[in-house]
Design a protein around this ligand. Structure first.
Ligand SMILES: [Zn+2]
Ligand SMILES: [Zn+2]
Length: 405
């Protein structure tokens, strides 16, 4: 066994049981973390070199594996993506001696090496040589960036180099890849989105979402960026459906369709279903059927369609305009979501005999429409002053503190 192997053996057998970070003084803790990161960097550099040597000699063959990547996923239990990055870094680092040295000394991390080796492809190195761009200088500049910047900014530096040697993007690893978006409803009721876009497609989606996100940000909004982005995506699609400019589907206007059992519509329990996303609660179905240009397909006993509603319960334009003029924005306490983003909520649901009228209508944004239906909040209008009051599920009123905006 070489002395190196025995050193690694010792590190692998390090027993941190007698090491308690709680025993360290603050300053020692602050020293220990970067030191540990340097050690991790040095070890990853070592692993990368081993992978490169094993890959060059095809050592995985003896274990019946066709590629080093699959060997790593099986024997080191790495993810496929991680294994691929490791193999790629191992193959490309020899062309970047400065970066390789910085990695070996622990000055840069695996993440830095990944973003640079992903950008510096053999095809781009060849293009750079044709354009008279010296690879040694590239190696030096990118390594310098990696030494002082985080992986994100190092990636930007690498992309600037790519833009210089391959302005048309023809050498892009992902050039010509189609845009992909997958939507998968889960049994838990969530719909999962995955996919990837080209830079221009991604920027387009981002710009539209950002406009919706910034267009309406209520005071004291505590949603995370990701939550706001999720809400913005749904809002964008709601507006597109409501606008009516989308292509028709099988001769009909594009709509959210919900099937509701007649019993479920009027009772606490029962069955409602969205054709793509699957089962929803009866109360959610009542919210969808409340205003919304949702087409309702009511099913009677035995699941036979009884009433294929066509927006009859949507507030007619005149009534909606009158309600908008009166309420101006979402009437939930403290919300200022503009009328265009709101549903006309039936204070008494039409399923319980409520009529579509100014008196029985209230503007509620999607979030607060949900709060009122599924969240058991309630709203009531003072008939004398036309002022709306909002009540919590326990019946107490939500009072807005401070001057109203
Ligand atoms: Zn409603
Ligand atoms: Zn609201």
């Amino acid at each position: 066994m070489s002395s190196w192997t025995s050193v690694l053996q010792q590190i692998a057998e390090l027993d941190p049981a007698d090491f308690d970070p709680a025993d360290l003084a603050d300053e020692q803790l602050r020293e220990t973390m970067p030191l540990t990161q340097v050690a991790i960097n040095r070890l990853s550099a070592l692993l990368t070199r081993c992978v490169a040597a094993g890959d060059a000699r095809q050592v995985q063959g003896a274990d019946g594996m066709g590629s080093m990547k699959t060997w790593l996923t099986a024997h080191c239990r790495l993810s496929g993506a991680e294994a691929a990055r490791l193999v790629r870094a191992g193959r490309r680092l020899p062309a970047l001696p400065e970066l390789r040295a910085a990695y070996a000394s622990g000055a840069v991390s695996a993440a830095h090496v990944q973003v640079i080796t992903a950008a510096v492809t053999p095809a781009r190195i060849a293009a750079a040589a044709d354009a008279g761009i010296d690879l040694a200088t590239t190696d030096q500049l990118l390594t310098e960036a990696a030494r002082v910047l985080g992986p994100e900014d190092t990636e930007k530096a690498a992309r600037r180099w790519v833009a210089g040697v391959d302005p048309d993007g023809v050498l892009d690893d992902s050039a010509g890849l189609p845009r992909v978006l997958r939507m998968a409803p889960s049994s838990g009721g969530r719909v999962y989105l995955t996919g990837h876009l080209d830079p221009v497609g991604g920027e387009t989606v981002h710009a539209a979402l950002e406009a919706v996100m910034n267009g309406h940000r209520p005071a004291g909004d505590r949603r995370s960026h990701a939550e706001r982005q999720g809400d913005a995506l749904v809002e964008l699609c709601r507006q597109a459906l409501a606008g009516g400019s989308l292509p028709t589907v099988r001769g009909e206007r594009a709509q959210v369709r919900v099937s509701i059992d007649l019993v479920a519509l009027c009772a606490e329990r029962g069955f409602a279903e969205l054709p793509f996303a699957g089962p929803i609660t009866a109360e959610t179905a009542r919210r969808l059927a409340c205003d919304a240009s949702v087409v309702r397909i009511l099913t009677g006993p035995g699941g036979l369609p009884m009433d294929v509603g066509r927006e009859q319960r949507t507030a007619p334009a005149g009534i909606r305009r009158a309600i908008e003029a009166r309420d101006v924005h979402c009437v939930f306490a403290g919300c200022r979501a503009p009328a265009a983003w709101c549903d006309v909520h039936h204070v008494i649901h039409w399923a319980f005999g409520g009529v579509t009228s100014c008196d029985n209508g209230a503007l509620l944004c999607e979030r607060h429409h949900t709060a009122v239906h599924e969240g058991r909040f309630s709203i009531a209008r003072d008939p004398d002053t036309a002022v709306w009051h909002t009540y919590r599920p326990d019946g107490s009123e939500i009072q807005i503190r401070g001057p109203s905006p």
